[in-house]
Design a protein around this ligand. Structure first.
Ligand code: HEC
Ligand code: HEC
Ligand code: HEC
Ligand code: HEC
Ligand code: HEC
Length: 401
């Protein structure tokens, strides 16, 4: 009898421990979607969303965060840069899906939004694909959600408050501006292309995008040996402030005045940026510290959507100068820290799981370990049942004898 109790206890333990062995990744890899949505896959794979976890700028800041704040930083950073970990808790990078960053199946299995500050996602990872589709038939289940066409959907990741200080507030800037009534994030960042919407998500890393966003116009007046220059700096095409996002980005207005021989007689730079301080009131400069230590916005003179900022400059003009030529340029500046690839490779790990939730071909060599663990697990359970049965029989036989 003792042996049976001991076995039952063992069985209970294994039953508790077992499911963690078979722990699975409920997210479907973008490689699976690729088979039928090839064009979208191509666009996405070149986007920063696909690289949000492997982006060397992020990797450098992530490693610095761990060094500074300990391993607790990882779940926090990954919640947006490798968001499938919100469900899988794979902070050790055992699964390929983690490295896919903001992947197809993360976005397309968001089944609801909780409009709060910050906006929260209701996650239903798996086979049902949520999106803007109405009355479409697909080999997978489709469910319509209106918010796929709304900025709120992006706002859950594109707004970040640390100690109540707005570190990144792209969504909030948009909401407070004139585009909130006319254009959603998707209307500008997911261009309408043949067959749907581009998943390229172009932003500040693209020169063309930055160029269409801002403009500068100059007026120059010379009076009594003095030049009065007025610069009109306009945010003409951005749906939020310029610059937006991480506060280390800045916009710089370079003004230069030359005489008719081309000598520079005056130059000045003006900066547009958000300055954030930590709890002690010291200005923060490093990307990773913005995410961890921000406590207070000291100043913010970035240019709001459709706003024109008027800047005036006055300087003396030498009497020998004939004509004065003025020129202005706007520079978008971001100088992040990037580590050498060898240093980055430290946190990379091997192995992964991929699972197709609906009947499609999984690319060769990508079948997950979860299948094998399941088989092993099944065999173990069978074995235990067998042993228990044999033991029980023996015990009954012993009692009869
Ligand atoms: C076996 C082929 C196949 C696979 C694999 C597949 N899809 Fe689809 N999907 C379709 C078809 C067919 C449609 C409906 C036709 C269309 O898009 O116009 C569709 C429709 C959709 C739609 C709605 C389209 C709309 O117009 O709103 C979304 C979103 C979607 N799929 C996402 C995904 C994601 C994400 C994955 C991977 C997790 C995936 N699909 C995998 C074939 C597939
Ligand atoms: C950042 C979130 C996000 C990611 C990542 C993402 N999508 Fe989408 N997807 C959307 C949104 C939002 C729409 C609706 C856009 C619209 O029509 O305004 C959409 C639309 C679609 C559609 C409908 C057709 C179209 O082009 O509008 C399909 C199909 C689709 N996505 C498949 C995919 C696949 C496949 C991937 C990965 C390769 C992917 N999506 C990655 C957010 C995402
Ligand atoms: C799960 C979180 C998440 C969601 C949802 C999300 N994003 Fe992002 N997005 C990110 C992260 C993280 C990055 C930065 C990646 C990097 O550079 O490391 C990014 C980058 C971008 C960029 C590129 C910025 C640049 O500098 O070029 C654009 C544009 C963008 N997102 C737009 C959108 C839009 C539009 C939506 C809604 C349809 C959306 N995102 C939804 C997390 C998200
Ligand atoms: C009217 C069009 C428009 C709308 C609406 C819009 N954007 Fe942008 N966005 C731009 C342009 C243009 C740029 C490039 C210039 C810049 O950095 O502001 C940009 C840049 C970005 C960047 C990159 C910032 C950087 O400096 O690298 C992100 C991230 C982004 N947008 C996210 C969003 C999100 C999220 C929304 C919705 C809340 C949104 N955008 C709404 C036009 C738009
Ligand atoms: C609430 C979601 C969220 C969290 C949490 C978050 N990030 Fe980000 N991060 C973003 C988004 C969105 C962007 C893109 C912003 C943009 O381009 O305007 C970004 C951009 C960055 C960038 C700039 C990347 C580039 O190429 O321009 C770095 C570096 C970064 N994050 C590091 C971190 C670190 C380190 C942590 C954790 C300590 C972290 N982030 C936590 C959402 C988040």
């Amino acid at each position: 009898m003792k042996r049976v109790v001991a076995l039952a206890f063992f069985l209970g333990l294994v039953a508790l421990w077992g499911p963690s062995l078979g722990e699975e990744n409920p997210y479907i890899s973008s490689e699976v979607c690729k088979a039928c949505h090839g064009a979208i896959y191509d666009q996405w794979s070149h986007s920063l969303h696909a690289r949000s976890h492997e982006d060397p700028v992020f990797t450098a800041a992530h490693l610095q965060s761990i060094e500074y704040a300990g391993p607790g930083a990882t779940p926090y950073c990954f919640s947006c840069h490798a968001p499938t970990t919100r469900v899988t808790k794979d902070y050790e990078l055992r699964m390929n899906i983690t490295r896919e960053g903001v992947t197809c199946n993360f976005c397309h299995t968001v089944s609801g939004l909780e409009i709060d500050k910050p906006i929260k996602y209701l996650l239903s990872p798996g086979e049902t694909i949520y999106g803007k589709a109405v009355n479409k038939t697909a080999p997978h289940r489709l469910e319509y959600r209106e918010f796929f066409l709304k900025s709120e959907f992006c706002g859950g990741c594109h707004d970040l408050y640390v100690n109540n200080a707005p570190v990144m507030e792209t969504y909030t800037e948009w909401k407070a501006g004139p585009y909130a009534a006319t254009k959603q994030c998707q209307d500008c960042h997911m261009d309408v292309i043949e067959g749907g919407r581009s998943h390229r998500f172009t932003g500040g890393h693209f020169e063309s995008r930055v160029k269409e966003a801002a403009g500068v116009r100059l007026e120059t007046e010379i009076k009594a040996g003095k030049a009065l220059v007025t610069a009109y700096v306009t945010n003409k095409g951005s749906g939020h402030k310029i610059p937006t996002g991480i506060p280390s980005r800045r916009l710089i207005l370079h003004l230069k005045a030359k005489d008719d021989r081309g000598n520079i007689i005056y130059r000045e730079d003006r900066y547009y940026r958000k300055v954030i301080a930590d709890k002690e009131g010291r200005e923060i400069a490093e990307d990773f510290r913005f995410m961890l230590d921000s406590a207070k916005v000291l100043s913010d003179n970035r240019i709001a959507p459709m706003e024109t900022r008027v800047e005036t400059f006055t300087f003396p003009v030498p009497s020998t100068t004939g004509q004065v030529y003025t020129e202005a340029s706007l520079e978008y500046s971001y100088k992040p820290i990037i580590l050498m690839p060898t240093e980055i490779s430290v946190i990379m790990a091997e192995n992964s799981t991929i699972r197709a939730g609906f009947p499609v071909e999984i690319p060769e060599g990508q079948k997950g370990i979860s299948g094998y663990t399941k088989v092993l697990w099944g065999a173990l359970v069978l074995l235990i049942i067998l042993v228990v049965a044999v033991e029980a029989l023996r015990w009954r036989k012993g009692k009869r004898d």
